[in-house]
Structure formats: C-alpha cells, structure tokens
Design a protein around this ligand. Structure first.
Ligand SMILES: Nc1ncnc2c1ncn2[C@@H]1O[C@H](COP(=O)(O)OP(=O)(O)OP(=O)(O)O)[C@@H](O)[C@H]1O
Length: 258
C-alpha cells in the first residue's frame, strides 16, 4: 500500500559565502528581517564547522491512500525544500523520509532531463529508467508528442527549446506515466492559455489516478479544490496541519499590526 512517512525531518544548507564568517556570531539564533513578517533564517554550525541555514527544522507527517496534502506558507517557508526532500533530491541531515509506491514528480521542468539529448531520446531514456517495455515506451512517446505539439523540435536537443517548449515536454512526460505518489509544485500552472486548459485535463487525470499527492502552491483556491489536508509551513516548522478550510482561514486571516 502506498504511503509517505516523514519523521523529524531536518534539512540544512551550508553557506560558502564570504560572509559566513561574520554570520558565525548569529549561530543558534534567528536572523530576522527589518519587517516582523519577513522570513527568518536560522543559522547553525555543522560537524565540519561550516555555517548552515536550517531550512526544515523537524517536520512530521504521514500520508495514506486518499490523502492529498497541500503545502502553504510564505516565501522561504520551506515548501520547495520539503518537496525536493520527498523526491530524494535533498538528503536529510536529521530524521527521515520513507515512501512506499511508485513516485512521480512535477517539480522542475528540467529535472531528470538531459539537455544534450532530443525530446524523443529523453522520453526513451525515461521509459528505460521507469522499467517500461519497448511497446509501452513507444506509446508514451506518441502520447507526449501529441500532447506537447513540438513538431520537429522533438528531434532537436532540448537545450535548443524555449522555456515554454521545455515546460510542454516536461509536463507531457511527467503526466504520461501515472504514479501512486505524486509530488507537484505550482509551475504546472505556467504556459499560455490554450496549453493551460489542455494541461489541466491531463493533470486532473493523473491526480485522479494518484493515490497520494503532495502539492505546493501559493493559491488558496487550488488548495481548496485539490487537497484534503493542508500543512502550513513557517520558517521551516509546521505552524498548522488540518482541513483545508481551517488552515487556509487561519493563514489568510489579517496579521495584527506590529
Ligand atoms: N541551496 C540552498 N542554499 C542555501 N539556502 C537555501 C538553498 N535552497 C533554499 N534555501 C533557503 O531555504 C529557505 C526555504 O526555501 P524554499 O525554496 O524551500 O522556500 P519556499 O517555501 O518554497 O519559498 P517560495 O514560496 O518563495 O518558493 C529559503 O530561505 C531559501 O533561501
């Protein structure tokens, strides 16, 4: 049975910047902006004595089939970092992530693509990597070609694509093979109007087939429509976890004046 288990997850990034020395005096403390509502950086020192920013500072949640989790929070809250940690792109410095089931990601249009290879070759490589048969890969290739409408560009190296073309290809490919656990960032809303309508149908189909979904978005209406649960992240911690209406009402409530 597919599941996502996140326990005491911590992610930090080392700072190699010249200023990291002067930031050392802030270790173990928070570095706030001039405005009380702006993001706060939490600085620490790792075992190699490097200054690190603690981006996720102990996140816990469990997802079972039927759960559609929305991640909400201000800029720099840690939403993208959490999605990337779930996808296995970032290694936890503490805690762990356990995912059972096939995983699909709609995170970054260049993720997992080789820029030197053509659209067609990238699709074949993905088919091979996903363990598809030759016939299944050919079906995916036809499906993506039809959806992305890239014409002869399908045979060109993708480094020659415009950003819109890259999104079409990545989106087409990511939505061609339905995973049990789907991770999504809101970039899928990118693209022109006609593409967006077409993409939405495809997205609804893959979301409907996924047993578990995690979606990061700044758009409350998307959360209300697509999610069964919302996690509000603030400065790398869970501020609230619950039903979309409850969490979104609290999140959107006017902040008291300072
Ligand atoms: N590679 C990195 N090195 C240092 N800091 C990083 C790195 N990646 C992310 N951060 C920091 O981690 C924090 C969380 O970033 P993240 O992108 O996860 O936030 P977010 O909630 O997705 O924000 P947004 O809504 O603005 O996209 C930010 O303060 C960001 O500057």
């Amino acid at each position: 049975m597919p599941s996502v288990v996140v326990e005491k997850l911590q992610i930090s990034f080392p700072l190699y910047h010249g200023q990291s020395r002067s930031l050392k005096r802030h270790l173990g403390r928070s570095l706030s902006g001039i405005n009380g509502n702006s993001p706060t950086a939490h600085l620490a020192q790792d075992a190699r004595e490097r200054v690190v920013v603690e981006v996720l500072r102990g996140i816990d949640f469990t997802l079972r089939p039927g759960d559609r989790l929305g991640l909400i929070g201000g800029n720099g809250a840690g939403k993208t970092t959490l999605l990337r940690a779930l996808a296995g792109i970032y290694e936890p410095v503490g805690g762990r992530v356990r995912i059972e089931g096939t995983l699909g990601t709609l995170l970054d249009s260049s993720l997992g693509m080789n820029p030197e290879l053509s659209g067609q070759e990238n699709i074949r490589l993905r088919g091979l990597y996903s363990g598809l048969s030759r016939a299944q890969t050919a079906a995916v290739e036809r499906d993506v070609e039809e959806f992305a409408e890239l014409g002869s560009y399908m045979k060109m190296p993708i480094k020659a694509y415009s950003s819109g073309m890259s999104v079409r290809l990545a989106f087409g490919l990511a939505t061609a093979i339905a995973p049990q656990v789907l991770l999504m960032d809101e970039w899928f809303m990118a693209g022109d109007g006609a593409f967006r309508n077409k993409a939405r149908k495809r997205l609804e189909d893959i979301v409907g087939k996924a047993e578990i979904m995690v979606l990061s978005s700044h758009m409350p209406e998307v959360m209300r429509e697509w999610c069964t649960r919302v996690l509000w992240l603030e400065n790398g911690l869970v501020k609230m976890d619950g039903k979309p209406d409850d969490v979104l009402s609290a999140y959107l409530a006017p902040k008291p004046a300072l």
